[in-house]
Design a binder for this molecule. Structure first.
Ligand code: SF4
Length: 306
């Protein structure tokens, strides 16, 4: 019945029950219309497509771990380095990569904002408050200690449990900074996910390092160039088949052809033999990824920029 077909999704197409209605980047009517499509994730290296997978869910956060697992199935190992945009920067993803020895160059939301030269952090924001690790308390802008009052656990859509510690100010009544500090009644309560905070700090250090800057720069010319060639040079904007199995086959053939074309172009450019070219092709394998929503028999769409 319909609910079985729907599964975890909140929509599906009647002409292709595997496709989910998604907002596309290419929106000719400019009305935010949704179209049936797939969320295609690809991994590239030296502009070769090294892996891909189709997902029904439109958000990227939940696709990273299954994508890396598919990479492992294909190559019998995980990439040593992972470069991805802020759509993938969740605690679950950071943790997975750390536990599996993947050096993560994955942005988190606000990373770009923090990098702006004129960026000044909000002094009232929980991230800006001083934390005393020994005493496990925060110090609010007025100098009051905010003591721990409990822990809140939340389950993500994938079943991962996140843990946020709650800290409460002792007396906010009559505080001259009250207006700028918070709007709720009573004393201010903040929630801090210490593990995520630690992962973000680590990511910030990595992304700001020399190597991180290099990877961030390469991300723009890696998957972006592949998408540009696919969409605009090769006009591959739609799947020609219906159903996830056939669409997977559709893209797999395209990826093979794309890689052969790319290898020939590189060999021609390098003017070397096939063997040297093949070595070059598989040198230093690591994954950068990006996503597209592809409408079946509709438009292939770029969902996010770097
Ligand atoms: S309103 Fe409360 S938490 Fe905010 S600065 Fe004043 S005392 Fe501190």
């Amino acid at each position: 019945n319909h609910l079985d077909t729907l599964g975890e999704r909140n929509s599906y197409s009647k002409t292709d029950p595997d496709a989910t209605f998604t907002r596309m980047k290419e929106d000719a009517m400019r009305n935010g219309q949704t179209k049936p499509g797939y969320n295609l994730q690809i991994g590239t290296e030296n502009q070769f497509i090294i892996d891909f997978r189709l997902f029904p869910n439109p958000t990227d956060t939940l696709t990273l771990i299954p994508f890396l697992s598919s990479f492992q199935d294909r190559y019998d190992r995980l990439p040593a380095i992972g470069v991805a945009d802020s759509g993938y920067g969740s605690e679950e993803n950071y943790r997975f990569m750390q536990e599996n020895g993947i050096e993560a160059f994955v942005k988190y939301n606000y990373f770009h904002k923090e990098q702006r030269p004129r960026y000044t952090p909000n002094p009232f924001h929980a991230e800006s408050l001083h934390y005393n690790q020994d005493g496990d308390y925060y110090v609010c802008p007025m100098g009051q200690h905010m003591n721990r009052i409990g822990t809140r656990r939340e389950k993500t859509a994938s079943g991962y449990i996140t843990e946020s510690v709650r800290y409460k100010a002792q007396r906010c009544e009559g505080c001259p900074l009250r207006g700028g500090c918070f709007k709720a009644r009573g004393n201010r309560i903040i929630e801090v996910n210490h593990r995520l905070k630690q992962y973000k700090r680590q990511a910030r250090e990595r992304l700001s390092s020399e190597e991180g800057i290099k990877h961030r720069g390469r991300r723009c010319i890696e998957p972006e160039a592949v998408f540009g060639q696919m969409k605009y040079n090769m006009a591959y904007r739609r799947f020609r088949h219906v159903g996830i199995d056939k669409v997977t086959m559709d893209f797999a053939f395209f990826a093979i052809a794309f890689n052969i074309k790319k290898m020939c172009a590189k060999l021609r450019k390098a003017g070397k033999g096939l063997f040297a070219g093949a070595n070059f092709m598989f040198m230093g394998l690591f994954a950068t990824r990006y996503n597209w929503n592809i409408a079946t028999c509709c438009l292939m769409n770029e969902k996010k920029a770097a």
